[in-house]
Write a protein that binds this ligand. Sequence first.
Ligand code: ZN
Length: 190
Amino acid sequence: MARVKSILTEAKQIDRAVALIHLGARLQVLESETDLSYERLLRLYKEVSGKSPSKGQLPFSTDWFMTWQPNIHASLFLNIHEYLNKVAELDEIDTVIKAYQLYLEQTQAQGLDPMLSVTRAWRLVKFVDNGMLTMTACSSCGGHFVTHPHEIARHYVCGLCNPPARAGKGKQTGALRIPSERELCRAQAQ
Ligand SMILES: [Zn+2]
């Protein structure tokens, strides 16, 4: 019986690894989230993606999540993740996979490039688990955004309500855009 179970467990782990590779996860994520050996993961990675995994360090800093556009993407993902955490009984890594798939659907529906990689999304959840990052409600719109844990909620205003001066003015496709005052006036006039 134990033998059958171990094969099933392994099949589940391979399934997860394949899903993560399809989403573009770094090899370190697979190593951390499965019990499969490095050699097997490497083979699996090459077989599924058709290329060798990229080398180098994982992003370790929380800074990236605090910059304007990434913060909004990270917040979108984390809101989906928190929601799934509450309503679905999934293993931790499966919640990340599912939430990331939904995040991709959302960005696609909005015509945005998905700025948040699955590796960063995974990392973000770890940062939240470790208490290095959290979510704070915006005092203006009430939306929940990724912040440092010591953010004072009463004074916190999110990046959508208070975008940096030059934010969202670019014409770059796939980037977040904040409508200019003229555009807002035009929209109101209609
Ligand atoms: Zn806001």
